[in-house]
Design a protein. Structure first.
Length: 630
């Protein structure tokens, strides 16, 4: 459990202002996220504000993930590059029994504007309200007791992730044509409902009044404020985007960009590799090509001599060559392509096969007379031991950033800009991470069957319709294709069906889609990994793996779940390309059939269409990958 503290009046042994699970600091409440407290609201500080007490964190280095992230992070900030070791760290654990200032996450008070619950006076805390302990009080005029003040629930943000107090004074006087108000006295009048049209800001001094319903129609330019980075952060003066009204607790206030990789057994660097990757060591040996050169350096430098005492010169030279070749590669292999190849090449399962003690990854291809795979399914691989490293690389506000088919982000593309977790010019060269240990089942589809399905006239026409809708709303985006829509929809149906039997809630099972069309830069893929896991050493109990062996039954249940929705025929006939559609990323999909908990879905319940999986009312049956019940 990680603890966080507000920045004001820090004292020794002061109790933390709040507590969050370590995994939440990587996903839901990472740097830049707003958290509500009893009497105030805070902003989780950037990585400069995370403090560790000695060995208060777990090192979760993952070379494949680092190699994939570095070029993307450099595209965002040319001066930023992850360290060569300890580049992924778990959040500070904190100490519940003995709180200390040397371990935890610093939180900054935000917003700075408060409203008095007694008289509705609105203003910045430092100017109007008096701090008493953990709360602010207002000496209301004509009232015997001070009013309690709470943070105003509206702030301002832009699509680059910048955050600031809402421009209350400028907004209130935007429609006023009289002389400038020199001493504004603002009040926030809220109606009985949450309707913005019934919330008004008025100035008692000059009589100006404005409805919050007009907040987004008035253009205020973003000044590039990044308060989560603290006082050292310089505003992004090149922003200039339009500010948007944002409710602090709204779901679009924070979207964490998390990239994950499955830990494969050959990813662990050797002791020699770790030594060579030290910046000082590598700068001295990177140009060595012969044993003689290496021994000559060792005679002059103690650092090299100590290395040769622990390892033979031949082994060191070979490791230098491998590191050099690795560094000369123009780009690392895509994360999911490597995982797909490793999982699909799993050995056949034999009686008694199980993960060895301490093993990070184990997978076996299920087979036997009891395993019945329907047409279109090539194989089932059970994964009794699975460890996944999840790393937060950035975040956005207002809209989530879209990942590519490999689950990675191209930060240099698109109109949305991710916000940094740390000062790019600072000293922090690591990212927050969490390791999830669990189990999973991997369902591999028959590539020939998928290609035959993609070439059907009905599927081609449906793909064009989905692509038209996507291009209409995301002209610069990359359409993921009908193959992904089908795999994603099948994943949701299977996840729901399996959760009814395996003992885990649907929200506890996560999907991982392996999709790549033929003719691309990587080999084609069509597979789904459903997994469950927890942070910690215990892992899970094995129920998901065992249910995977009854895949035929679960596929039949998924087929029945997708056939009919409680919102049919409206859901089944949904046209994403129609002008009135607000679900332009979906075909036949809604809360009644395909939507699941967002913690389980990779794509925020977007890119879904059950008509591509099973026959639905009013649609051509040939659209469905499974035209008949499995």
């Amino acid at each position: 459990m990680a603890s966080f503290r507000k920045t004001s009046k820090l004292k020794k042994n002061r109790r933390p202002a709040g507590k969050l699970r370590q995994s939440q600091l990587v996903t839901t409440f990472g740097p830049g996220a707003m958290v509500d407290l009893v009497d105030s609201s805070v902003l989780i500080g950037g990585l400069e504000h995370w403090t560790y007490d000695q060995a208060d964190y777990q090192i979760l280095d993952e070379p494949r993930l680092r190699a994939s992230l570095n070029p993307r992070l450099r595209a965002l900030h040319p001066e930023f590059e992850l360290a060569t070791s300890e580049y992924f760290r778990s959040p500070p654990a904190g100490a519940e029994d003995e709180p200390t200032l040397f371990s935890g996450v610093r939180a900054l008070e935000f917003p700075r504007w408060f409203v008095c619950q007694s008289c509705s006076r609105l203003g910045p805390a430092s100017d109007l309200f008096e701090r008493k302990g953990e709360r602010y009080l207002h000496a209301c005029a004509g009232k015997g007791r001070p009013g309690r003040c709470v943070p105003v629930r509206f702030v301002a943000a832009c699509t680059a992730g910048h955050l600031s107090d809402f421009p209350w004074v400028a907004f209130t006087h935007a429609g006023k044509e009289r002389e400038r108000c020199d001493r504004p006295e603002l009040y926030l009048d809220e109606g009985a409902t949450g309707d913005f049209g019934r919330i008004h800001v008025r100035c008692e001094t000059c009589g100006a009044k404005e409805s919050m319903a007009r907040a987004d129609s008035l253009r205020f330019e973003c000044r590039g404020e990044r308060p989560w980075l603290g006082g050292r952060a310089v505003n992004d003066s090149e922003c200039g985007r339009q500010l948007s009204l944002l409710v602090r607790t709204a779901s679009d206030a924070y979207f964490s960009q998390v990239v994950s990789a499955i830990r494969l057994e050959d990813d662990e660097p050797s002791e020699l590799q770790i030594k060579l990757r030290d910046p000082e060591m590598w700068s001295r040996v990177k140009k060595v090509t012969t044993v003689a050169q290496l021994e000559a350096l060792a005679s002059l430098q103690d650092l090299i001599a100590n290395l040769l005492e622990a390892h033979s010169a031949e082994d060191v030279l070979q490791a230098i060559r491998e590191e050099r070749e690795e560094g000369e590669r123009t780009a690392p292999r895509p994360l999911r392509t490597v995982e797909f190849e490793r999982i699909t090449n799993a050995p056949l399962e034999r009686p008694g096969d199980m993960a060895k003690r301490g093993q990070r990854f184990a997978a076996f291809r299920a087979h036997g007379k009891d395993l019945k795979l329907p047409t279109g399914i090539k194989g089932l691989i059970v994964v009794p031991e699975l460890r996944e490293v999840r790393v937060q690389v950035s975040f956005s506000r207002l809209e989530p950033l879209a990942a590519d088919l490999q689950g990675e982000f191209e930060f240099a593309k698109g109109t949305m800009r991710p916000a940094p977790l740390t000062l790019p010019e600072g000293t922090q060269r690591w990212l927050p991470a969490a390791e999830v240990r669990g189990e999973g089942i991997f369902i591999e589809l028959d590539e020939e069957a998928v290609r035959e399905w993609e070439m059907r006239p009905a599927v081609i026409e449906r793909t064009q319709r989905l692509q038209e809708a996507f291009a209409m709303h995301e002209p610069g985006g990359v359409f993921l294709g009908a193959r992904f829509y089908m795999l994603h929809s099948l994943s949701h149906l299977l996840l729901t069906a399996i959760s009814l039997e395996c003992g885990y809630a649907a929200s506890a099972i996560r999907e991982r889609i392996y999709c790549a069309p033929p003719g691309g830069d990587v080999p084609p893929m069509a597979a789904i990994l459903l997994s469950t896991g927890t942070m910690g050493s215990e892992g899970t109990l094995g129920g998901l793996v065992e249910e995977g062996r009854r895949l035929d039954r679960h596929l039949r249940e998924a087929w029945e779940l997708g056939r009919l929705c409680s919102n049919d025929p409206v859901c089944a006939s949904h046209d994403p390309a129609s002008d009135s559609s607000d679900r332009w990323m979906e075909g036949a999909a809604c809360h009644g059939c395909l939507y699941i908990a967002e913690s389980a879905c990779e794509r925020f319940n977007r890119h879904l269409d059950r008509a591509l999986v099973v026959p639905t009312i009013g649609n051509d049956p040939s659209l469905a990958f499974f035209m008949e019940r499995p």
